[in-house]
Write a protein that binds this ligand. Structure first.
Ligand SMILES: Nc1nc2c(ncn2[C@@H]2O[C@H](COP(=O)(O)OP(=O)(O)OP(=O)(O)O)[C@@H](O)[C@H]2O)c(=O)[nH]1
Ligand SMILES: [Mg+2]
Ligand SMILES: [Zn+2]
Length: 338
């Protein structure tokens, strides 16, 4: 049996103090949380330590059939330590309370669970000198998949120190994030760090998502109060947008909260995120309720209440355009599902 792989991570801090109830554990088994996955190899934290683990044959079989049966960072699992195995063995995946799901970048017809059992997702976008360059379509897309997870969503605009008009950028972000908190942050001057920390309370798991180089790992370093390479996880800090973070990984914060750092992705493909779409485009969903046809695509149908609202100036036509792109993508993913 291999020894625990990390000395800094421990079960209590990485479980966020919360452990699901599981009364029927077989003898010798324990509950564990997946804290990292490297090329299919999960590292889990359990009361007995931090273990590199493998799936039982039955779990591996279902994982091959069903993408939702693959373990993701944040998952709770039942772990055993069979004497004849080199690694700890995951024998069961517990139901997820929330899950961030995208289309598998390696397979157009499959979903991929990015992280699970998170209470809040921070959608991270970086500011630049030009406040107008903030990409609203990308922000909305990130918010849709985040909101669809069932977790709360907060927008974080990083690198505010680079933008003289950070407030202008924040106004633009808020115009597409009605009802969501937008935090202006800078790792350089410390703006917004306390606000982010306040939303990562003890007992909760949060995750950061956003393009590569937006400053997710840097923000975590600021929250930790030290550079992450101290725990052996970050390299090439100044390698902007070069996919510095290579694996999803859970980090225990000093106050007892838990945050998952994720590698930046150029573009997130949606997988059946209708609920998220409705949450992020409430004005369109609301108007759509009164369209004449229940399957109205809001393009040229008679009696389209969305088109009427656009004509009346109540809905921003560019929002509708972006909504349609995301909606079409969700429809396509539904058709592709095996
Ligand atoms: N000016 C400025 N630069 C920042 C800030 N936050 C991060 N950076 C820089 O942005 C670059 C990328 O930061 P990372 O934290 O590695 O970005 P990331 O989002 O983790 O990137 P991936 O791991 O590739 O997804 C680094 O050079 C940071 O020093 C900030 O608030 N202000
Ligand atoms: Mg990173
Ligand atoms: Zn319509």
């Amino acid at each position: 049996m291999t020894e625990p792989t990390s000395s800094t991570a421990d079960f209590h801090s990485l479980s966020g103090g919360f452990v699901p109830e599981q009364t029927d554990l077989p003898a010798g088994a324990e509950l564990a949380r997946v804290i990292r996955v490297d090329r299919g190899w999960p590292t889990v934290a359990s009361p007995s330590g931090v273990w590199l683990s493998q799936l039982s044959d039955a779990c591996a079989r279902s994982a091959r059939r069903d993408p939702f049966a693959r373990v993701a960072v944040g998952d709770w699992v039942v772990l055993t330590h069979p004497a004849e195995h080199e690694h700890a063995v995951i024998t069961r995946l517990l139901p997820r309370r929330t899950a961030l799901v995208r289309r598998d970048p390696g397979a157009a017809d499959a979903a991929q669970v990015v992280v699970s059992n998170i209470e809040r997702i921070f959608v991270v976008a970086a500011l630049t000198a030009d406040a107008e360059s903030l990409n609203l379509a990308r922000l909305e897309r990130g918010m849709v998949i985040a909101a669809d997870s069932g977790a709360d969503v907060t927008v974080v605009l990083t690198k505010a120190d680079l933008c003289a008009d950070a407030d202008v950028a924040a106004r633009r972000a808020r115009s597409v994030a009605a009802g969501y908190e937008v935090i202006i942050e800078s790792a350089i001057d410390g703006r917004g760090i306390a606000e982010v920390a306040r939303l990562m309370p003890p007992g909760q798991t949060t995750a950061l998502i956003g393009a590569s180089g937006t400053g997710k790992s840097t923000l975590i370093n600021r929250l930790l109060g030290h550079e992450r390479q101290a725990v052996g996880l970050v390299r090439e800090r100044d390698d902007k947008g070069r996919h510095t973070t290579v694996a999803r990984e859970m980090v225990a914060l000093p106050n007892g909260g838990v945050v998952i750092d994720t590698p930046g992705i150029r573009s997130v493909a949606l997988w059946q995120a209708r609920r998220g779409l409705a949450l992020v485009f409430p004005e369109i969903e609301e108007a759509a309720c009164t369209c004449k046809f229940s399957d109205c695509t809001h393009t040229r149908e008679p009696g389209c209440a969305v088109a009427a609202a656009v004509a009346a100036g109540a809905i921003d036509p560019s929002r509708l355009e972006r909504y349609r792109i995301l909606s079409d993508e969700i429809t396509t993913s539904a058709h592709r599902q095996r």
